[in-house]
Design a protein around this ligand. Structure first.
Ligand SMILES: NC(=O)c1ccc[n+]([C@@H]2O[C@H](COP(=O)([O-])OP(=O)(O)OC[C@H]3O[C@@H](n4cnc5c(N)ncnc54)[C@H](OP(=O)(O)O)[C@@H]3O)[C@@H](O)[C@H]2O)c1
Length: 344
């Protein structure tokens, strides 16, 4: 029997991707969709202004959008996927967890909370057990799991692959697509013929979340990875797919061939949404590129290339589809892991 699920913030850029991924999913069945009070009470097909390249799923189109409120969500929906703005998530998600729902969330609130697992299933699935601590401390019957920021998800799989060499210093410059700002994000007048060299709060997220993701969980708490990490984040005029230039210096000397092999060998999982190849490594120069490569592994792989040795360690480019692997797909994968591990 599929698990009945809800989508919070279902009308937005990430919410629509969640609906696209969950509607045909064999293990989940969407029972409710929520959004702001402006959308509540309307049919999903009217409220969502569907902007995805595949047709709106007919079974969901006629659902009435509900308010984003624990009272409005049916009790027999154990798992909720959240694509809410972080200020709304901060208010609503703990109330939902206290009411017994398990929430797999994209929103940035609570990502760095000590008792909240921040998970990329292929990188740190063991951190999910932090939920025992969370339930003890908060007295929740439900649970809150976060996936990282979209630019963090693009880079961390490659760093995880290199971590056996002892990461010491990481520098990264991002080129992030406009869909990362949501539908009401940057205007065409701001972004066409332009690069915006500032994305509020993004550099801080990229400099903190990887340390938690790559940290050690000892059964009680996460000891973050001690790595010198600095980021520069930029919005560019691509639609989907964040491209990032990374310099990673390691304690143990590493050749470009070592780095390529470590990335290529990073294992995928057997979850429904897992790509067959977790990190797709390109040998040819000039790849990966957003337009050509954002859909590798159905948008769930990370692509890497241009690997070379420099005075600042190994340097390479990596790319992931920001609303698939970087957001909705990441939440769905976490949902699949929650079910596999018996948390739902
Ligand atoms: N876009 C990305 O690539 C990406 C990647 C990683 C993480 N995220 C995170 O995912 C979340 C959603 O981002 P997005 O890009 O999908 O944003 P978005 O396009 O602006 O969508 C926001 C969603 O939240 C709903 N909402 C807004 N205010 C609300 C309120 N007061 N109460 C209840 N619902 C409310 C909106 O409903 P209405 O349509 O009714 O306004 C809409 O469904 C954010 O926390 C973002 O930081 C986004």
């Amino acid at each position: 029997m599929p698990v009945t699920v809800g989508v919070l913030g279902a009308t937005g850029a990430v919410g629509q991707r969640l609906v696209q991924l969950l509607a045909p999913h064999p293990d989940f069945e969407i029972a409710c969709v929520t959004a702001s009070d402006d959308s509540a009470g309307h049919a999903y097909r009217e409220a969502a202004k569907w902007r995805i390249e595949t047709p709106i799923p007919e079974a969901i189109a006629d659902l009435t959008v509900r308010e984003t409120d624990p009272e409005a969500i049916p009790e027999d929906v154990p798992l909720l996927f959240s694509a809410l703005p972080s200020a709304v998530g901060e208010r609503v998600e703990p109330a939902l967890c206290a009411a017994g729902y398990v929430v797999s969330s994209n929103a940035s609130n609570a990502r760095m909370a000590e008792d909240t697992p921040l998970v990329i299933p292929e990188v740190n699935p063991d951190h999910l057990d932090l939920l025992e601590v969370q339930r003890d401390e908060r007295g929740w019957d439900g649970a809150l799991v976060k996936n990282p920021n979209c630019s963090t998800i693009t880079m961390v799989p490659t760093l995880s692959a290199l971590s056996d060499f002892g990461l010491e210093t990481v520098r990264v410059a991002t080129m992030q697509a406009v869909s990362g700002a949501g539908y009401a994000g940057v205007t065409s007048m701001e972004i066409i013929d332009n690069v915006l060299p500032h994305i509020g709060g993004e550099e801080e997220k990229m400099e903190s979340e990887p340390k938690k993701l790559l940290g050690e969980f000892d059964g009680a708490e996460i000891d973050p990875l001690d790595v010198d990490l600095a980021a520069s984040c930029n919005r560019v005029a691509t639609l989907d797919g964040h491209l990032e230039s990374v310099w990673a210096d390691t304690r143990e000397a590493i050749t470009a061939a070592d780095a390529r092999a470590a990335m290529r060998d990073a294992p995928s999982l057997a979850l429904h949404s897992s790509p067959s190849q977790f990190i797709e490594v390109f040998e040819e120069p000039g790849r990966p590129q957003p337009r050509l490569d954002r859909l590798v592994g159905n948008g769930m792989s990370v692509a890497a290339g241009g690997v070379r040795e420099t005075d600042m360690g190994v340097q390479y480019d990596c790319l992931a589809h920001n609303t698939l692997r970087g957001a909705a797909g990441a939440s769905v994968l976490n949902g699949e892991l929650l079910v596999e591990k018996g948390w739902v």
